[in-house]
Design a protein around this ligand. Structure first.
Ligand code: PEP
Ligand code: MN
Length: 297
């Protein structure tokens, strides 16, 4: 086997590429995985934008958001139905829509024509989520839930693997290897911020690790995307970090969009509204074109 990178970074060795994650490892400099999700290609010149609310709050809001995302040029609708909420208490506003949220997502997909991505948190709920989702999301907290990874891989659906917020690149690629080992080759890696003692702002729990984008792309052929909404936890920083991600070589972007951001049921500090999203799409497209890619088609 020829390894393109004789001297990989400090946490990934040349030996790891051969014996720990041979399926995730890049075999030559131009080895890149490309695949399409209902017509949206990952790994090619397009930088797909996955956008929508944190949580699917009700049917009209997700249908309306889906149309706004589509009309602004967004490619894929995001929305959480099964949610890894940090605190266990629920209220009328702060809740997990679960199966009902999946039904609302399916309605939004039909109304907008956009493919959808949503999180799967447990093996029992895989059939319900896989019946609706075009891409299955594994959240940061489940990156190393190996039985879940193996079971999700077996659906044959594309999988977006969010990086654990304390995981090294080596751990992340090890987790991707569990999915690839099941014969599922449609894996997207998503950097969503890592924990750090210093985060620039009291409410910001994470730092977007922009450097991991080129670092990952040196050693793996899989598409690497970022989620600046979860990483920054702070609306004014989402656009700058989205643009920086594209400059750094990201193969896709996940953005939280909400019809009324400050009243979002979950994480109200991070979503942008429709107008901000539309202008962000144009800015992302301009940066993408400067690096030989595109966001708007
Ligand atoms: C999400 O995307 O809704 C989410 C919970 O993200 P993360 O797993 O990165 O916290
Ligand atoms: Mn969140």
């Amino acid at each position: 086997m020829t390894i393109s990178n004789a001297a990989p970074g400090k946490d990934v060795s040349a030996e790891d590429l051969v014996s720990k994650f041979p399926l995730a490892a890049k075999k030559s400099p131009d080895h890149v995985t490309r695949f399409s999700v209902r017509g949206v290609e990952f790994g090619g010149p397009l930088i797909p934008v996955m956008a929508g609310p944190n949580t699917v709050e009700n049917e009209p809001m997700i249908v309306e958001t889906a149309k706004a995302v589509r009309d602004a040029g967004g490619h894929i609708l995001r929305g959480g139905a099964f949610k890894p909420l940090t605190f266990p208490y629920r209220s009328e506003k702060y809740f997990e829509p679960r199966e009902q949220g999946l039904e609302w997502m399916a309605k939004a997909r039909d109304a907008s024509g956009l493919p959808i991505i949503t999180e799967v948190m447990s093996t029992e709920t895989i059939p319900a989520v896989a019946a609706v989702a075009d891409i299955l999301q594994i959240g940061t907290r489940n990156m190393q839930n190996y039985p879940l990874l193996t079971a999700v891989a077996k659906t044959g659906k594309p999988i977006m693997l969010k990086r654990g917020f304390g995981a090294s690149l080596r751990d992340w690629l090890g987790a991707a290897e569990y999915i690839l080992l099941e014969g599922n080759t449609q894996v997207i890696l998503c950097e969503r911020g890592v924990v750090a003692p210093h985060t620039h702002r009291g409410s910001s729990r994470f730092l977007l690790d922009l450097q991991v984008v080129p670092a990952a792309k040196e050693v793996t052929h899989l598409p690497v995307v970022t989620d600046p909404s979860h990483a920054t936890f702070w609306r004014p920083w989402v656009q700058p970090m989205a643009l920086a991600s594209i400059g750094a070589g990201a193969d896709g972007i996940m953005i939280e969009v909400h019809p009324d951001p400050s009243n979002a049921a979950v994480d109200p500090l991070q979503p942008v509204d429709y107008a901000e999203f539309a202008s962000m799409m144009k800015a992302m497209d301009a940066v993408a074109r400067a690096v030989g890619r595109k966001v708007l088609v």
